[in-house]
Design a protein around this ligand. Structure first.
Ligand SMILES: C[S@@+](CC[C@H](N)C(=O)[O-])C[C@H]1O[C@@H](n2cnc3c(N)ncnc32)[C@H](O)[C@@H]1O
Length: 434
């Protein structure tokens, strides 16, 4: 890797889907409508709800979020979302499938007050249920929680609470525009522990602006002290629409984020600290305290080709072989639902080969692949099909091949997203990702 490409430049690193989002289009909306109106494929079903409100916009954030909406506007959004759930619940593609997993993501879903949350859930429950779901995740920001809100979440059926901690150093939190400081993490954690969720997760980011080796070590130590059931560690990236990216491009400043080798070294250290504390590696980004007990229904089902009904502004879903994304502008999203229409923006029907690539790259994030799985599901020998790629990665020290199994080394795992485009079809290797 050249020293230039080792810098954290503006652009996407993290790969969460295939073909790349930039290749989806409004032309293909007929495909998603057709998929919605037909009976489902025999795969499991999940539900994603996007709650796009935050107290502040993090300077590294690339998600669709709003920090300026008053309670009337929040109410307009929640009414639109409830209407969307009503429309979705009547689609033939639902079949008689119960939701296997539900994910309230953001933004900051916990931005909502207890009253707003309870009312939203009451409205959703007129049309859908999640009592059979094996996992109901709810993302939180520490400073938005109260003891009553944490209990309300438990009452509403949340099984997995995910807390956006990101870092424990107040200077770093402030510099990066986080809404919370460390005191709010320590205030909220005992409430979360006492509420008895089946699973608790903490998000951290390696490479926030201002990061140093010793501050990072201390953050990891403090995360371990809290003993969450799992921890998610992302390497800081700078997609185009973040505040930092705009400053780099507009004011032509140097990137304020540590380079990729440094971030990998920090994550490597974090993995060692967590392993020493008894945690196990569960993917390139995740460590778990007890692998027998904690499962990641959302992640594992999605990575193995489940359907995901996406609701909320700009959210991404998948139904019967078709990717789709919802409208991403406030008035257009709310307006569509106020007219009783599904708020669809763009879609892509994927070929069986693209479905194979998608599963291969997503499952590789776990750190291993079993060739037998792909042989049975797609009738393709993945080791032979991508022989040159595997051989190169073996030479680079990123992969080990043993019989029917491909395994990433730690060095491979730490840069897994950069290894994935080699599996893409040639026409998708150099296109913009988003
Ligand atoms: C949508 S955010 C959820 C934030 C959480 N709900 C909250 O309000 O604190 C999901 C996670 O993506 C990660 N993330 C966001 N922007 C990132 C970036 N530029 N680079 C790496 N990770 C990022 C953060 O760890 C964040 O917690």
């Amino acid at each position: 890797m050249s020293s230039k490409s080792a810098n954290t430049e503006v652009g996407s690193y993290f790969i969460s889907n295939y073909p790349p989002f930039s290749q989806w289009s409004a032309d293909q909306l007929g495909e998603v409508r057709a998929a919605f109106c037909a009976p489902p494929a025999p795969v499991s079903l999940g539900l994603y709800l996007h709650l796009p409100f935050c107290r502040k916009r993090c300077k590294f954030c690339y998600f669709k979020v709003f920090t300026d909406k008053n309670s009337e506007q929040v109410e307009r959004y929640l009414a639109a979302l409830s209407r969307e759930i009503e429309l979705v619940s009547q689609l033939p593609v639902m079949g008689d499938r119960p939701f296997r997993f539900v994910y309230f993501g953001g933004g900051t879903p916990s931005f909502l007050s207890v009253r707003q949350l309870t009312r939203l859930v009451d409205r959703l429950r007129v049309n859908i249920r999640w009592d059979q779901a094996e996992e109901v995740t709810f993302e939180c920001e520490p400073g938005t929680l109260s003891e009553a809100k944490v209990h309300a979440l438990r009452e509403l059926g949340v099984t997995r609470l995910s807390l956006g901690v990101e870092h424990f150093d107040d200077e770093i939190l402030r510099e990066n525009g986080r809404a919370h400081e460390s005191a709010e993490i320590y205030k909220a954690w005992p409430w979360i522990e006492a509420a008895g969720f089946s699973s608790t997760n903490i998000d951290l980011i390696a490479g926030m602006v201002g990061e140093t080796g010793s501050k990072w070590k201390e953050t990891v130590r403090r995360a371990i002290d809290l003993q969450p059931d799992s921890v998610t560690i992302y390497q800081m990236e700078l997609p185009f629409n973040t505040v930092y990216s705009q400053a780099i491009l507009g004011q032509r400043i140097e990137t304020p984020v540590a380079d990729w080798p440094t971030k990998r070294a920090w994550v490597d250290d974090a993995f060692d600290q967590f392993l020493q504390a008894g945690y196990s590696v569960s993917s390139a980004y995740t460590l778990v305290k007890d692998p027998q007990r904690v499962n990641f229904s959302y992640r594992d089902n999605l990575w193995q080709g489940s359907d995901l009904l996406a609701t909320g502004i700009a959210s991404f879903g998948h139904a019967s072989g078709v990717h789709y994304q919802n409208l991403s502008e406030w008035d257009v999203y709310c307006g569509a639902l106020e007219n009783g229409e599904l708020p669809l923006m763009r879609a892509a029907r994927i070929t069986p080969h693209q479905a194979l690539i998608r599963e291969l790259i997503l499952l590789l994030k776990r750190g291993y692949l079993e060739a037998a799985y792909f042989r049975q599901k797609f009738g393709v020998e993945i080791i032979d099909h991508w022989r040159d790629v595997w051989t190169q990665y073996q030479r680079d020290g990123f992969v080990r091949l043993t019989g029917d199994r491909v395994e990433l080394t730690r060095q491979g795992l730490l840069r897994v997203d950069s290894l994935l485009p080699a599996f893409f079809e040639p026409e998708h290797r150099s296109v913009r990702y988003t």
